[in-house]
Design a protein around this ligand. Sequence first.
Ligand SMILES: [Zn+2]
Length: 226
Amino acid sequence: MPSAIRLLHPSARDSALRLVREVADFVFASVCAGCGVAGTALCPACAAALVPRPVRVQAGDVPLCAGLAFAGPAAAVLRAIKEDGQTTLIRPLRPALAAAVQTVRAGLGESRSIDVVVPVPTSRAAFRRRGFRLPDALARTTGIPVLRALVPARRIQDQRGLGERERRRNVASALIADRAGAGLTALVVDDVITTGATCAEAARALRAAGFRVVGAVAVAATPRRG
Ligand SMILES: [Zn+2]
């Protein structure tokens, strides 16, 4: 009796086999994005390290909050998403972002409403390289309407390797809101807060367009030295 696979046209059989092999590779080659242990995409210890411990950062007059310190498994998972495109790892970061949103909201006093979340725009080069925009994907997990109101006003140099003052200069007037805020309360969303310069610039651009910016949130923030 012919097996099902022998009934397939040779080219269809080849592509079926290729698919199975790809799936098998994925399953067997899977290592924990947090620590590299084999056999799982995220081991229990690293998953536990993603339990939120909100971190506040002050940058100018914008309250910034991140769900985790950018260190250890949290940093490794964010790198795996951004550099290796492991977008399934966005899901375990949801509680960290939610905790950051909750912390900002708790500081708002009586009126705790946030009308929209506005993702920090991703450079066109980064979008081409990754095929997705992490701040947008994260913003969609908050349950608050997402408004992509910010666009780059000019080219921004890669922030890596820049100090705090250089970062501030690099992003000064780098963003622009492409619609009027009309008094909407907005919360800025980014993936990682390093010095807070990008979030502060996002807040400035939104305020200039008439948004009421209540703060900025990220999954993780670089611990401050000194
Ligand atoms: Zn692990």
